[in-house]
Design a protein around this ligand. Structure first.
Ligand code: GAR
Length: 210
């Protein structure tokens, strides 16, 4: 089986990266070939190294305010490794149209809300404040609008009385770890993988006709 060569871009802890790494098995249609962080101190880089995957930093601070130069460097790095698909996993830099268009239809992201509700930051606090009864996460194609691209899959979690942003974030994160490998496998052309204690009824995964 030919596996899609995937790069995962992170900024911090990398628990979604870990879920993507853990789902790699003989039937997995993707291979994570490199993990890149804009933050050289990201804990997720160690997760990559422990899994035997190349880990690298392209430090955005080196480029100052020059976002284009940062993205050109990142783009060249990924092309150099023959990356076929880029998965953002807690990558906290907004990408400009240059990078988004360079990787059009090959760039996906996970966001901790049921899009199109609550794009942007502080999703859990905003969902609780709005009185929402369902939270969740979305995997979507990245387009020029922030968190606005076509949705590949979503997983819902309840918002319970007494929830704090932290408790909702933890519940959502468990769903993210189930959803992201399934969606990445889906877009890489294989059957969705539902690792661990996955509850398939929570995953509503489909691929846009594109
Ligand atoms: C995840 O909850 C992810 O959905 C979110 O950051 C967290 C990263 O955690 N991403 C965004 O908010 C993107 N705007 P992780 O580093 O443990 O995977």
């Amino acid at each position: 089986m030919t596996r899609k060569r995937v790069a995962v871009l992170i900024s911090g802890r990398g628990s979604n990266l870990q879920a993507l790494l853990d789902a790699q098995g003989p039937l997995c249609p993707y291979e994570i070939v490199v993990v890149v962080s804009n933050n050289p101190g990201a804990a997720g880089l160690d997760r990559a190294r422990e899994a035997g995957v190349e880990a690298a930093a392209v430090d955005h601070r080196v480029f100052g305010k020059d976002r284009a130069a940062f993205e050109r460097s990142l783009d060249a790095f990924l092309r150099d490794r023959n990356v076929e698909l880029v998965a953002l996993a807690g990558f906290m830099r907004v990408l400009t149209p240059f990078f988004v268009n360079a990787w059009a239809n090959r760039l996906i992201n996970i966001h901790p809300s049921l899009l199109p509700s609550f794009p942007g930051l502080d999703t859990h606090a905003r969902a609780i404040a709005a009185g929402a009864k369902l939270g969740g996460c979305s995997v979507h194609w990245v387009t020029e609008g922030v968190d606005a691209g076509p949705i590949i899959g979503q997983a819902a979690v309840p918002i319970l009385p007494g929830d704090t942003p932290e408790s909702l974030a933890a519940r959502t994160l468990d769903a993210e770890h189930m959803l992201y490998p399934a969606c990445l496998a889906l877009v890489c052309g294989g059957a969705p993988l539902l690792p661990g204690d996955a509850q398939p009824m929570l995953v509503n995964a489909f691929v846009e006709d594109r």
